[in-house]
Design a protein around this ligand. Structure first.
Ligand code: SF4
Length: 338
């Protein structure tokens, strides 16, 4: 069995410090009530995750993560109090790092000095889109210049940087989303997270959806666009560490519409697998009834596709009788052999 090397202790700060209410956002319902960052609950959360298991049975890397609001938008004193509370756990060696997410509007030298002082190692910025119209329609205008200077300061101060984007926001198209992806890549983050827009109850987007003013992207279209996005990120060696919202019970209860799937990453990887096979077949002049590929054994399932969909699609597309996938342990990439 693979041993877990990393553990996240999630501490949610729903909407705290937010500069505005983005139309899609209801942090309270997507994160539930666990691990809120009020000072009393914070200690209880740390104890639940770290205090009840002998340290030698915990994964070696243990990170406290402040998520769900704009941490650096909180008053400085509040930020300091929260970070201070984690320090005894750091000193006991139970917490190895702290990470947080915030808004680019709230990054400056003063704020970063405070974060550094308390051992924050990673900062994630919610970018969501770089298209001014999409941002405006989503209720979160933010000039690109602000994003760039926030990123520059974060880098200059030696933090790890993560950037988050959303697909299918109001006014977003395949084109604007992929442009946002290119913009984010140009900032060279250490990692990215991609979230398709979902309609969650108690949000402005829910209202727009009910009034017929907003239509979420379909799952199929989302998978298609995200597969292009993932390929762009991997071409630049930028890991996409999360695709889609975590299936928190509270989020699922409040989910009304949109491209949610519990295995979204797998669906996207299958689509990438399908695209690769289509490209290879297109390179052959004449296709005679059967095609045969050698595939890395570890990735065979993404070539077969969810419920064998890739095989069936190839058969239909190229009028094939048979598609044979031969798994090979030493094969590092897809090869068309017949
Ligand atoms: S998306 Fe971020 S900035 Fe916007 S309301 Fe939600 S937590 Fe606040």
């Amino acid at each position: 069995m693979k041993t877990k090397t990393h553990m996240i202790v999630p501490v949610f700060i729903p909407h705290l410090g937010c500069p505005y209410r983005c139309v899609f956002c209801n942090q309270t319902d997507i994160t539930g009530n666990q691990g809120r960052a009020d000072e009393k609950k914070l200690d209880a959360t740390l104890t639940t995750y770290l205090g009840e298991t002998p340290p030698d049975q915990l994964p070696p890397n243990r990170e406290v993560a402040f998520y769900g609001g704009s941490f650096t938008g909180l008053p400085a004193k509040r930020q300091e109090n929260l970070l201070k509370q984690v320090q005894p756990w750091v000193q006991k060696g139970l917490v190895s790092a702290i990470r947080l997410s915030t808004h680019p509007l709230y990054i400056d030298e003063g704020r970063l000095v405070l974060l550094k002082q308390y051992g924050v190692r990673t900062i994630e910025l919610g970018i969501q889109s770089t298209d001014p119209e999409v941002l405006e329609l989503s209720g979160r205008p933010c000039p690109w210049e602000t994003v760039k200077s926030a990123v520059k300061l974060i880098r200059k101060n030696g933090f790890r940087l993560g950037l988050q984007l959303m697909s299918g926001l109001p006014g977003d198209t395949e084109e604007t989303f992929l442009e946002s992806v290119d913009d984010v890549i140009s900032l060279k983050p250490d990692f990215a997270r991609l979230y398709p827009t979902l309609v969650i109850r108690h949000t402005e987007l829910f209202q727009l959806y009910q009034e017929g003013e907003f239509t979420p992207w379909s799952l199929d279209f989302t998978v298609d666009v995200l597969s292009d996005a993932i390929q762009k990120f991997s071409a630049e060696q930028i890991p996409v560490i999360r695709l889609g919202l975590h299936p928190d019970p509270s989020m699922l209860e409040n989910l009304v519409a949109g491209p949610y799937h519990p295995s979204l990453r797998y669906l996207v990887d299958c689509r990438i697998g399908l695209n690769e096979m289509v490209d290879r077949i297109r390179q052959i002049k004449k296709v005679n009834g059967t095609v045969k590929f050698k595939v890395p054994s570890k990735r065979i399932s993404v070539y077969i596709g969810h419920k064998r969909k890739n095989i069936e699609t190839l058969k239909k597309m190229f009028r094939l009788e048979n598609v044979i996938l031969q798994p090979e342990r030493n094969c590092d990439r897809l090869r068309l052999i017949a």
